[in-house]
Design a protein around this ligand. Sequence first.
Ligand SMILES: *Cc1c(COP(=O)(O)O)cnc(C)c1O
Length: 639
Amino acid sequence: MPRTKKWTIDDSENIYRVKRWGDGYFEIGQNGNLHITPDPSNTDMRIDFKAVIDEIKQEGIQFPLVVRFHDILRSQVALLNKTFQNTLKEAEYNGGYMGVYPIKVNQMREVVEEIVDAGAPFNYGLEAGSKAELLTVMALNTNTESLTILNGYKDEEFMRLALLSRKLGRKTIVVIEKFSELVLLVRIAEELGVAPIVGIRSKMTVKGRGKWASSGGDRAKFGLTISEMINAARYLEEHGMADCLKLLHFHIGSQLTDIRAVKESIAEGAMIYSELHRMGFKLEYVDVGGGLGIDYDGSQSTNDSSRNYSMQEYVADIVYGMKQVCDLEDVPHPILVSESGRAITAHHSCVVTQVVGEIKAHGAGIATKLVDGEHVLVSDMRELIEIIDNQNNLQEIFNDASQFKEQALHAFKLRVISLEELAKIETLYWQIMGKVQLRIKDAEFVPEEMQELDYALSSQYLCNFSVFQSAADTWAIDQILPVVPLTRMNEKPTINCSLVDITCDSDGKLDQFISEYGISNIVPMHDLKPDEDYYLGLFLTGAYQDVMGDMHNLFGRLNEVHIFSHDDDPKDFYIEEMVHGSSVEDVLSIMQYHPSSMAKSVKKMIDEHVAQGQMQPREGVKWTDFYEDCLKGYTYLKT
Ligand SMILES: *Cc1c(COP(=O)(O)O)cnc(C)c1O
């Protein structure tokens, strides 16, 4: 085997696993850049991410930023709906499918508008879980054929809005989360003389597995128990509204990692539906909630950031599971409703950040030349580095070096060696560890202590972004998100590193990465070149991350560019819109500051210095303008 095999994009694929998590949308191109195929049914259409970055730079838009590929959103909407339609046909299922998109997953207007537009041929609807969301979906989805599903806790205003929407001819379904909501709804419906469409949410005994397992089970926050559901149905009957009860709802959690939980919930839900039917409550819809997972780490496993099934399998389990029970129980197949949010939006957006520096593990070290009268501890350490190349027992070298370093620390505290000698010992120590690390790369067996060397010797790449704003779940729930360089993937990445953000918070870091061997705390990236920007993409951020970010350290929302693909464009894409991120003024105002009076106050101080002759008037004007420009500027590093 030749000693230096040329690095190929396949080698990069082995590290970054783009095909595994990319779901047909992302791939490493022959030129080493990340490529996007926004419509997997038209693979001729390929966008080179490098071209997107070049155009963004040309437009003078500052990084970091969110890039949204609207075509991916459209593709996912079509894929989910078509998968249901095809499966229904194949299963000879008599009910239809009416999906809704739960806007809490990403409420950005452009995102919701795109989903509504792409979903129109399928009568795809929207779901709201709060009053603000209800007001949004009432205005945005005007298709009277599609469903509007209302979950979450509700007050009187909420009910009135829902009934207004009924008056406007919309198929708006109020899902009852607790019994008292039903009493409220019935009272207002009678007062307004409007027939509501009522759904009931069942508290399921089956629990999802994964991070959101508590959405199911006896202690679930939402839903009615079996006896409460029966009472609810009877309550409606007593008020002459038995035929208003149309939908059974359940949602056992988001990001269901194990398909068995889906199968079990369908079996349980189908039985409840059938029983209610037999009792005379002829429900038309069964809403299976969300939960369709995303394979963030590309492992196709029951890891928290993965799932052990495909969308096709998920849909088939719902359709066939429901059909089987209904046929056995001899009740009609209900219209199936699902509320997938994560699966619709996760792929379409990513965060592009620039690496602005490398923090080396142990600094550059100091010169370690032999000097007269050097302490024996320094000499001992130097001796190790001289013999290591001819020494086969690396464990012994490792142990000795570790022991000498420990002794040196004691010696320093007892004033036996100087600070400079301690620095020399540390420098030599890390040089030895570097050599050990190289030597054990190809070893068959590596003792545990030595396995940690890769991490101990790795760098930190400082990235211009905030984990708290752009990747909240990596911090909050250890969610894994794929991170890949957007260029140079035809070159060997030689720097092992973890990533840190620019917040003053040691939690502001990413240290869980997809790797060749499962999840690793370091990822190989390329060395930084002084004359070339190095961009990383943080992918699958379109669900939840986009809206859950916070303003830690007053880093605000990111600039956004919205990309559309275009056959006639030589680059295959165009930037349809640029949305400005938060300015410093914006985030300060949210925190109750008055940027204009702050500017005044600083100007006053400058004026006083000018008046006292401590600053030239011209310089004073410059500083005043500079302060004001910074207030109006972006919250992130200018690069
Ligand atoms: C959050 C939520 C969803 C969306 O779940 P995903 O797993 O993102 O698809 C659907 N339904 C309800 C009731 C929810 O609370």
